[in-house]
Design a protein around this ligand. Structure first.
Ligand SMILES: *Cc1c(COP(=O)(O)O)cnc(C)c1O
Length: 387
């Protein structure tokens, strides 16, 4: 089925990007495990493909599917979320350009900017982009890109995408939104004025914790082609089996995401009522500082929750005591995970920066899976009893 724009999200998730294979009738797209393609004459590739760093039909199916889900013109799949973010920098920036980046973005994003791209003449400023005045003040004449996440990891702050786009465009910059946490089922940044959406498909899009992958989607075709050029130029592309797995995962995205949100809502409510959990951070709670903005900008509030256990010792005790919530980095899979960001995912972030953004040593982050909510609540409850 071609991705008719009027089709519903759920229909696009299952059908966009591929039709039954014309040769065999296979309903699922084949995994084209090949590096090259035959030519009938010099410069006459039989099937339109020449070399698999440039194009692979399994990858193309995933890319067209992602573009349809984000409401974009061009999708490009990469070998990881960080490779996708790096491709956007290489496609749009030049030496001396300035980037404004959210102060609480994924730790690996900040590390890549600091350890690699600042050596090649790019300049970075970090601001809390939920504060629009702070964003406005950070824009310089040489600012070419604003990179944000909303909700952020692990502080769950929300930034106003439409307002950030207006400020970025006013300063002559593009806006990139890392849409990994909400996925296009809950939030569509391009509809709100963003220029570029990036994803770690490793997380909710694949949803089964068995692939590392990334993607970029743009609303503008010419900009999208510049990003796709990065696949050809340096080849940070995913293999066909990984593309196939992500495409298969996406077919149930809406079903999984609905259940992630339901379960997270119940777990958040439970934590709010528990004396051992303080400062429960979940955009769906009316007490969340940007709850109204989250309601406007998102379809639902996602599957990620953070709370403060009071100290590192207490956080460690809880994280080690759960039985269903597995102690691990990453997020977005069907199974529930628990982590202590200050000692795990955000250990590379200097302590004074962690303090500034409110990331305490006692912070516990949950990726709420799609198991029975009662089991998850019982598991957390008995772990919290231990502190
Ligand atoms: C995991 C993650 C990334 C990095 O993705 P990889 O696939 O691990 O390279 C980027 N942004 C966010 C929000 C993430 O959660």
């Amino acid at each position: 089925m071609s991705a008719k724009s009027e089709a519903g999200f759920e229909t696009l998730a299952i059908h966009a990007g591929h039709t039954p294979d014309p040769m065999t009738g296979s309903v699922m797209p084949p995994i084209y495990q090949t590096s090259t393609y035959v030519q009938d004459g010099v410069g006459e590739p039989r099937g339109g493909h020449e070399y698999a760093r440039v194009t692979n039909p399994t990858r193309t199916a995933l890319e067209e599917n992602l573009a349809a889900l984000e409401g974009g013109a061009v999708g490009a799949a990469f070998g990881s979320g960080l490779a996708a973010i790096e491709a956007t920098l290489k496609a749009v920036l030049e030496e001396g350009d300035h980037v404004v980046c959210g102060s609480n973005v994924y730790g690996g994003t900040e590390r890549m900017f600091r350890t690699v791209w600042s050596r090649f003449g790019l300049r970075f400023t970090y601001v809390d982009t939920s504060d629009l005045d702070a964003l406005r003040a950070a824009i310089r004449p040489e600012t070419r890109l604003v990179h944000i996440e909303t909700p952020t990891n692990p502080m769950m702050q929300i930034s106003d995408i439409a307002a950030c786009a207006e400020i970025a465009h006013g300063g002559g910059a593009l806006l990139t939104v890392d849409n990994t946490f909400p996925t296009p089922f809950l939030q569509r940044p391009l509809d709100l004025g963003a220029d570029i959406v990036v994803h770690s498909t490793t997380k909710y899009l694949n949803g089964h914790s068995d692939v590392i992958g990334g993607a970029v989607v743009t609303g503008d075709r010419e900009l999208g082609e510049r990003i796709r050029d990065q696949q050809r130029i340096s080849g940070p592309v995913p293999g066909p089996l990984d593309c196939w797995l992500v495409l298969r995962g996406i077919k149930t995205l809406h079903v999984r995401m609905t259940r992630h949100c339901e379960n997270a809502g119940r777990v958040a409510e439970f934590l709010v009522g528990h004396s051992a959990a303080r400062d429960v951070l979940y955009p769906g709670l009316p007490t969340h500082p940007q709850h109204e903005l989250a309601r406007r900008q998102m379809q639902d509030f996602g599957g990620m929750i953070s709370f403060d256990a009071g100290s590192f010792e207490r956080a460690r005790t809880v994280a080690a005591a759960t039985r269903i919530f597995q102690l691990a980095e990453s997020l977005g899979g069907v199974e529930s995970l628990i982590s202590v960001p200050a000692e795990m995912t955000h250990a590379s972030v200097p302590e004074e920066v962690r303090e500034k953004i409110g990331l305490t040593n006692g912070l516990v982050r949950l990726s709420v899976g799609i198991e029975a909510a009662d089991d998850l609540i019982e598991d957390l409850g008995s772990a919290l009893e231990k502190i």
